[in-house]
Design a protein around this ligand. Structure first.
Ligand code: AMP
Length: 490
C-alpha cells in the first residue's frame, strides 16, 4: 500500500525538471493533490528492518534523487534504465532493492549478478553490498582478473547470493563451468557507457546468453550513446527510465580555469600545489605517458604521489589505491579510464592538467570531488586551443568559470626549441568506435584494469616522441531513450 503510494508520488516527481538540481539535496516531493511539501525519507520505501538499520547506520537520511526515482520501480520488479553519473548514490539505488528481494527465497545461489567495467568499481559495489546488507547474512563476492581463479572458485562453491563481476573473468568462470548462473533473478549492468568504452559489450552479450530468460534487468550509464541505447533495447524489457539531470557537475564543486601555454603547465602545477591548501588531489592527463611522467616529476619534487599506468600486478595497483585512500599518497595522477571507479571521499581538488575532450568527461572527472555533499575544487589548465570546449562546459554549468592567473608565476618563459611531449598538445584521443587496445591477453586485460605505481624517476630528461597511447571519454550526446518493443538477448 505504502509502496504503491510512494510509486505514484515518484511518477509525479519524475515529470519535474531536475536538470540543475543538487545531487544530494533533500528530496522533497510536492504531492499533486495537496500541493503540500512531503519530505521523503528512507522509511517511505518500507525496507526490511535489517536493511533500514544499515541505511541508518551509514548516515543516509534522505534518498538522493536517483534513489528516490529508481528504488520504487526496482522494488516493483520493473526493468530500469538509470541515467546517473558516479557520485549520485546510484549504487545504493540498485543494491537496496536487490537486498530486499533476496531476503526472501533460497540462500547460497547466485540470484543477483552485477557486471561492472573495472575491478575498483566491482570492489566498491561489493563494499556497498556488505555495508548495506550488514546483518542480512546475504553473501556477495567479486570476480575479476589479475588475481587467482581458485579463491573465487572456493567462494562460489561455498555459496554466494550476489556476484559482482568484471566481464572477462566472469566469462572465464562461465567457460570453465565454475559458476552457476541458472538462478539469476536480477542482472545489473553498471556504468554501461564505460563498459562500451573499454570494449566489453561483446563479452556482456555473451554473458547474457548464459542467464535465465526471465529476470529483472537494471542498467546504469552516465551517458547514452547509440551503442548503449542499442544494448538497452536488447536487454531491458519495458524499462522505466530514470534520469538525474544530464551530466551536470555537482554544485558543491567550485570551478576555476588557469589559462596557460602548453609548455608551462608543469611549472604552473607545481606553483599551485605550493600555494594551495589541499587534502587529496586527483590530477587528470590526456595520455597514460603524461600521467606517468607527471607522477615522477611530483615525486622528484618531494610530493607523495602515485600515477595510474599499465602493467603492474593487482597487488601493487591495489596498494597504491589504498595508499591514496588512506592518505599515504596525497596526489594521484591518472587518465580518465584509469581513474574510473576510484571512490575516495576526501578528494579536495581535481586538477585537469589537460582539459578533457568532452563535457561529459569533465563531469565524470569533477564527480571525483565534492562527493556526497562535501565541497571540492576543480582547476582546469586551458590553452588557447581549448576555448570552444571551455564554452561548452560553461554552457553545461550555466555560468562563466572564473579565470585565474598566479601573480608570482612567470608566464613569459619561452617554449623549448625542441618539440617535447610537454611543449605541445597531447595527441588526440581515439575515436569512440575504436576499441581501446588491451594491455595483455587473458582475463586480467579484459577486466579493463590499469595499474598504478608510485614511481621513482629514472629518466627525467627523456620526453619521448611518437604516438602515445591515447584514451577517450564518452560522447556528449543527449538522448531520449525509446521503449524497446521486444525483449531480445534475454
Ligand atoms: P555512488 O554514486 O553510488 O558511488 O555514491 C557516492 C557516495 O554517496 C558514496 O560514498 C555513498 O556512500 C554516498 N551515498 C549514497 N547514498 C547516500 C545518501 N542517501 N545519503 C548520503 N550519502 C549517500
Amino acid at each position: 500500500m505504502l509502496l504503491s503510494l510512494t510509486f505514484s508520488l515518484y511518477q509525479w516527481y519524475c515529470i519535474v525538471d531536475f536538470k540543475n538540481e543538487d545531487r544530494f539535496q533533500t528530496s522533497f516531493i510536492q504531492a499533486k493533490s495537496h500541493r503540500k511539501k512531503v519530505l521523503v525519507n528512507f522509511s517511505s520505501f518500507k525496507f526490511h528492518p535489517q536493511i533500514a538499520a544499515s541505511v541508518k547506520a551509514l548516515g543516509y537520511h534522505t534518498p538522493t534523487p536517483i534513489q528516490l526515482r529508481a528504488i520504487p520501480p526496482v522494488l516493483e520488479g520493473h526493468d530500469v534504465m538509470g541515467l546517473a553519473q558516479t557520485g549520485t548514490g546510484k549504487t545504493a539505488a540498485f543494491v537496496l532493492p536487490i537486498l530486499e528481494r533476496l531476503l526472501r527465497g533460497p540462500r547460497g545461489k547466485v540470484r543477483a549478478l552485477i557486471v561492472a567495467p573495472t575491478r575498483e568499481l566491482a570492489e566498491q559495489i561489493h563494499v556497498a553490498i556488505t555495508r548495506l546488507g550488514h546483518g542480512t547474512h546475504l553473501r556477495s563476492c567479486t570476480i575479476y582478473g589479475g588475481v587467482g581463479l581458485n579463491p573465487q572458485i572456493q567462494k562460489l562453491r561455498v555459496g554466494v547470493d550476489i556476484v559482482v563481476a568484471c566481464p572477462g573473468r566472469l566469462l572465464d568462470h562461465i567457460n570453465q563451468m565454475t559458476i552457476d548462473l541458472s538462478s539469476v533473478e536480477v542482472l545489473v549492468l553498471d556504468e554501461a557507457d564505460r563498459m562500451f568504452d573499454m570494449g566489453f559489450l561483446p563479452d556482456v552479450r555473451r554473458i547474457i546468453k548464459h542467464l535465465p530468460a526471465k529476470r529483472q534487468n537494471l542498467m546504469f550509464s552516465a551517458t547514452m550513446a547509440d551503442d548503449i541505447r542499442k544494448l538497452a533495447h536488447e536487454v531491458l524489457h519495458k524499462p522505466v527510465t530514470v534520469q538525474v539531470g544530464h551530466s551536470v557537475p555537482a554544485n558543491s564543486v567550485s570551478h576555476a580555469l588557469y589559462p596557460v601555454e602548453q609548455h608551462l603547465k608543469t611549472g604552473l602545477l607545481m606553483e599551485i600545489l605550493k600555494h594551495t591548501d589541499t587534502e587529496s588531489i586527483l590530477i587528470f592527463t590526456r595520455t597514460k605517458h603524461r600521467a606517468k611522467r607527471i607522477g615522477q616529476q611530483l615525486e622528484k619534487a618531494g610530493y607523495k604521489a602515485a600515477s595510474l599506468q599499465g602493467n603492474l600486478s593487482q597487488n601493487k595497483r591495489q596498494a597504491a589505491l589504498d595508499g591514496f585512500r588512506d592518505g599515504r599518497y596525497q596526489i594521484l595522477v591518472a587518465t580518465d579510464i584509469a581513474a574510473r571507479g576510484i571512490d575516495v571521499s576526501s578528494i579536495s581538488h581535481v586538477i585537469n592538467y589537460d582539459i578533457p575532450d568532452t563535457t561529459d568527461a569533465y563531469t565524470h572527472r569533477i564527480g571525483r570531488t565534492g562527493r556526497a555533499a562535501k565541497t571540492g575544487d576543480a582547476f582546469t589548465f586551458v590553452t588557447p586551443e581549448d576555448e570552444s570546449l571551455v564554452r561548452s562546459i560553461e554552457r553545461i554549468l550555466g555560468e562563466k568559470i572564473e579565470r585565474r592567473t598566479l601573480k608570482q608565476f612567470d608566464y613569459r618563459k619561452p617554449a623549448p626549441a625542441r618539440d617535447t611531449e610537454f611543449a605541445r598538445r597531447p595527441h588526440e584521443p581515439q575515436q569512440r568506435r575504436t576499441q581501446p587496445k588491451r594491455e595483455h591477453t587473458g582475463s586480467a586485460a579484459r577486466t579493463g584494469a590499469r595499474s598504478i605505481s608510485s614511481v621513482a624517476p629514472k629518466h627525467h630528461h627523456a620526453a619521448p616522441r611518437g604516438p602515445q597511447a591515447a584514451q577517450h571519454s564518452p560522447g556528449t550526446r543527449t538522448f531520449k531513450p525509446r521503449r524497446p518493443k521486444t525483449r531480445a538477448g534475454s
